[in-house]
Design a binder for this molecule. Structure first.
Ligand SMILES: NC(=O)c1ccc[n+]([C@@H]2O[C@H](COP(=O)([O-])OP(=O)(O)OC[C@H]3O[C@@H](n4cnc5c(N)ncnc54)[C@H](O)[C@@H]3O)[C@@H](O)[C@H]2O)c1
Length: 388
């Protein structure tokens, strides 16, 4: 019988559950080690995974644990250092999105994977969201003809609590929320529209949370809970540094001529994403994005002025698990990647391109909406990952 696949983890916070999904001793996959400076995180890991795990505060100690792969679930600004060190040591990496907080960081990670040959997988779990998958299926079937436009409006009721009370609010830690949060949706727009952003122009600002003066002290230990605080101006104990935008709008021109846009508001009363993709022969749009509570509609025949339900409607079935079951699916995709070397829907190049577009859009916001060219990817990296 083959040796079990040995998995380590860096960072057992909110996303720790993802690595727990990979712990499948019956299938020959064992989570065996954690690096996290937090004693509470280590205790939670031991409780969840078992007594005989290796625990350390120094992630470099994982290198000597004979691991096949490591889930890098640390905060964004550490992704580059953590991923590069592991890849240089020949250890496979599951890297949470965003890949890194700079384009140079992403390219260093890709180069480390290329030169050492270790496996790199970036966890864009939204590619497994049911509404997104249905849209991709209809587009690939030609149901809306040739795609010409992709729009996404993103309402984030929990934006204040989740992103303005910790490191996310500090641009030295996240670059900004157009990248941090937007990397998901920019990646989905790229995927559905079949291209990568070449030029972007964006506007945004710190329009609400900047008015709140209350800041947390180190002894406050604020727990981020992804809850909507209402009204948004009643939020207290913000991160000591708050210099990222809470409202962003970006226009993108893709390399295949498609025009796309992404709008993000961190103080909306509701929480969901609304995508619409328009082609030469129709349009699709989702209403709601959670399993059991959402539909995707297609208009490609009925030319009435207003037709609420369109020509076809797909009701997203109920599903259980993290992010509507997408977390289970992406972990499954990763384990298959470890075994066979092939992925089904995610791509490290696409992950890099969503960061590159997010960085350029942030630059545009901070320069008054100027047109910014997205940094191109060197052909040697593009070719290496295109051929697997
Ligand atoms: N794909 C998704 O849907 C999704 C959702 C939420 C977060 N994320 C991403 O997942 C990552 C983790 O987010 P989170 O919400 O779990 O963060 P978190 O703050 O809850 O957890 C981060 C953990 O990393 C640990 N850590 C900090 N510094 C470390 C270091 N030097 N070495 C090792 N561990 C360290 C912390 O102690 C903490 O336990 C982020 O990159 C975030 O952007 C992705």
């Amino acid at each position: 019988m083959a040796e079990p696949i040995r998995i380590g983890v860096i960072g057992w916070g909110l996303r720790g559950g993802l690595a727990a999904l990979a712990n499948r001793p019956d299938e020959g996959v064992e989570v065996v080690a954690l690096a996290d400076p937090s004693e509470r995180a280590q205790a939670r890991f031991r409780e969840k995974i078992g007594e005989n795990v290796f625990l350390t505060t120094d992630y470099k100690e994982l290198i000597r644990q004979n691991l096949d792969a490591v889930f890098v679930l640390s905060p964004d600004w550490l992704h580059e250092e953590h991923a590069c060190t592991l890849l240089d040591a020949g250890i496979g990496v599951y890297l949470e999105k965003p890949m890194a907080i700079t384009v140079e960081g992403c390219d260093r990670i890709l180069s480390a994977a290329k030169s050492g040959g270790a496996k790199l997988f970036v966890g864009h779990n939204m590619r497994h969201f049911a509404v997104v998958c249905k849209m991709k299926e209809w587009i690939d079937e030609g149901r809306i003809g040739e795609v010409k436009a992709g729009w996404c409006r993103h309402f984030i009721s929990y934006g204040g609590d989740a992103y303005f009370r910790d490191w996310h609010a500090d641009r030295t830690r996240s670059t900004g929320l157009l990248l941090q949060k937007g990397a998901h949706d920019i990646d989905v727009l790229h995927w559905l529209c079949g291209g990568y952003s070449e030029t972007v122009s964006a506007m945004g600002g710190l329009t609400v949370y900047g008015q709140i003066q209350d800041r947390q002290a180190p002894e406050d230990h604020v727990k981020v809970e992804f809850r909507g605080t209402w009204p948004p101006l009643s939020l207290d104990k913000l991160n000591p540094v708050v210099d990222v935008e809470d409202l962003n709008m970006v226009l993108m021109k893709l390399d295949n001529g498609v025009l796309a846009s992404y709008q993000q508001c961190h103080y909306a009363p509701d929480a969901w994403r609304n995508y619409t993709i328009i082609g030469t022969e129709g349009r699709i749009e989702n209403f709601g994005d959670a399993p059991g509570q959402s539909v995707v509609r297609l208009w490609n025949h009925n030319l009435q002025k207003f037709s609420e339900k369109g020509d076809e409607e797909y009701e997203v079935p109920t599903a259980t698990g993290g992010h509507g079951g997408a977390d289970e699916q992406i972990v499954g995709e990763f384990l298959e990647f470890l075994r066979s070397g092939t992925t089904s829907v995610t791509s490290p190049i696409a992950a890099r391109q969503s960061v590159a577009a997010g960085v350029a859009a942030t630059q545009s916001v901070r320069s008054g909406g100027q047109l910014v060219h997205v940094e191109t990817l060197c052909s040697c990296l593009a070719e290496h990952f295109a051929t697997g």
